[in-house]
Design a protein around this ligand. Structure first.
Ligand code: PEP
Length: 242
C-alpha cells in the first residue's frame, strides 16, 4: 500500500466517463508532473482504461472511480477489488455524489466498498458532501456527520484511507464555497472524531487553475479532487503546479 504520509498533497483527476487511448497518450505527453515529488498525482480513468493507464503511467498514480461491494459472484457488470489489485491500482474513489445520486448508493454500501479496498491494500478516497438544499437549510454539518459516521469503516485509518469533501452544489458548476468555508468544514471533519485528525482531507468542486493554489494552501486541506479541469492538459498542469 502507498504510504500516504510520504506525500504533502494529493491531486486526484476524476475523468468520469471521458477519455480513450489517444486521450491518455496525449495527456501523458502534455502534462508535466511537478518537480516536487511530495505531490501525489492520481489519474482515475474509466475502468476499461485502467490497465492501459497503469502500464503507461509515467510517474502518475492510478485510481479507479468505483468498485463492487461484493468480492465475487453473480454480479453482472461489476468490477471487483481483486481485479483492481491485479492491475496494481493504488486508489479508488468511493461514494462520489454522482454514484450516490444517480445510482442511489448509500452509506452502508460505501462503507462495505471501502472496507474491501482497505483489506486489499487499495486506498479508498471516500467522498462526502452536502446538497444545495442542505446548505440552504443550514444542516451541512449534520449531513456530513451522518456520512462520516456511516460510510467510513472501522478499519479505516489515516494510513489507509483519504476523505474528500465535495459540496455537491460545487461539482461542475463553477461555484465554490469561500476559502474560509472550505477550511472551516475540513477543520470540522478533523475535529468531528479524533480518529480523523491525521487524515488526508481533499477538497473537490470546481477546482481550476485560478483557485487551486489558494485552496490547497489552506491549512486543513491536503489536496484536491478535480473533475472537468483534469481533462484539460494545460489547465491540469497549472493545477498540480511545479
Ligand atoms: C468531481 O466530479 O469530483 C469534481 C470535483 O468535478 P468538478 O471539478 O468538475 O467540479
Amino acid at each position: 500500500m502507498i504510504k500516504l504520509d510520504n506525500f504533502s498533497s494529493f491531486f486526484v483527476a476524476n475523468w468520469k466517463l471521458n477519455g480513450n487511448f489517444q486521450f491518455i497518450d496525449q495527456f501523458i505527453n502534455n502534462v508535466s508532473l511537478p518537480t516536487d515529488n511530495s505531490k501525489c498525482v492520481v489519474i482515475c480513468p474509466t475502468s476499461i482504461h485502467l490497465d492501459y493507464m497503469s502500464k503507461n503511467k509515467n510517474g502518475f498514480h492510478v485510481g479507479a472511480q468505483n468498485v463492487s461491494e461484493y468480492a465475487e459472484g453473480a454480479f453482472t457488470g461489476e468490477i471487483s477489488v481483486h481485479s483492481l489489485s491485479d492491475l496494481n491500482i493504488s486508489f479508488c474513489i468511493v461514494g462520489h455524489s454522482e454514484r450516490r445520486q444517480i445510482y442511489r448508493e448509500k452509506d452502508k454500501g460505501i462503507n462495505l466498498k471501502s472496507k474491501r479496498l482497505i483489506e486489499n491494500n487499495v486506498i479508498p478516497i471516500i467522498c462526502i458532501g452536502e446538497t444545495l438544499e442542505h446548505k440552504e437549510k443550514g444542516i451541512t454539518k449534520e449531513i456530513l456527520e451522518e456520512q462520516l459516521m456511516h460510510s467510513i469503516p472501522s478499519s479505516s485509518s489515516f494510513e489507509n484511507s483519504i476523505i474528500a469533501y465535495e459540496p455537491i452544489w460545487a461539482i461542475g458548476t463553477g461555484l465554490t464555497p469561500t476559502f474560509e468555508e472550505i477550511d472551516e468544514t475540513h477543520c470540522f471533519i478533523r475535529e468531528y472524531n479524533e480518529k480523523f485528525n491525521k487524515y488526508k482531507i481533499l477538497y473537490g468542486g470546481s477546482v481550476k487553475a485560478s483557485n487551486a493554489r489558494e485552496i490547497t494552501d489552506l491549512s486543513n486541506v491536503d489536496g484536491a479532487l478535480i473533475g472537468g479541469a483534469s481533462l484539460k492538459s494545460e489547465e491540469f498542469t497549472k493545477i498540480i503546479g511545479d
